[in-house]
Design a protein around this ligand. Sequence first.
Ligand code: SF4
Length: 299
Amino acid sequence: MIYEFHTAEDVLKLTHQFKLPISEIAKRYEGERSGKSMVAVRNKMKQTRDVMYSAVKKGIKSTEKSPLKITGGDAKKIYDSLKNLKDMMGNKLTVRAMAYATAVGEQNACMQRIVAFPTAGGSGVVPGVLFSAAEHFKAGKRKLIRGMFTASATGLIIAYGATLSAAKGGCQAEVGAAVAMAAAGLTEMRGGTPKQCFDAAAIGLKSYLGLACDPLGGLVEVPCIKRNAIGTQVAIGASDMVMAKVISFVPFDEVVQAMQNIAQIMSPKLRETALGGLAVTKTGNMIKQKLGLKITTEL
Ligand code: SF4
């Protein structure tokens, strides 16, 4: 295959060789890998965008609580705060990104349809950042799709070099990976170079290395949904840094290696088992009790 890649270094070589952005390399690789035409690959990504978009639009209006009533309604609160932006420290782009990310997480918690991009737990960051940025730039749908392809390539590199599974790598593999993907996608949408895209991904992922997966009651709600909201701010910040000509001293591929190294030495208690961290706090145990799960006393 001509466009096959496993690392950011592979992608950078291909972008240099063919004078193409990361998004185009990702699209062509997917075409080669799946045997589909470029039109079919692009249409599939458009479908993905439409499902993501409808989760966002439903979520920002919803006041529905999750079955255990521990999350729900926050996306609307954040989105409604855009009417009084003078009371917020963030700007329209950043506050809206948090609202959108929260909307997707809340829809997931209410068993509604979302796109696991890259996973259900980390599904809010990419749409949060990319949709809000697209509105900010008044960008055409084409630019948004380019951001999504670049985000996909970044996620694929993490999957090849480390993992996207919280059971293997903790939350660095879910929200951390999503932050790296969103940072890279946003940077391409802003006209950054392929190297800047991966530098933004590196800065984003470095900020999440070692993050525990410790969901209350094993449900993808707390802390997951707010982690996605805050993840949008990290992704936007990482992209801003590289657009200001800051570089990542550690290349993205090495950050992915570091993530894999941490995954291998991370306690199983912090890998989606709800046996450590926030899951075993007093509040975490209260949720376990409601679910009829065994209380964990050790911290
Ligand atoms: S805490 Fe665990 S379940 Fe929640 S988003 Fe992170 S990895 Fe996913």
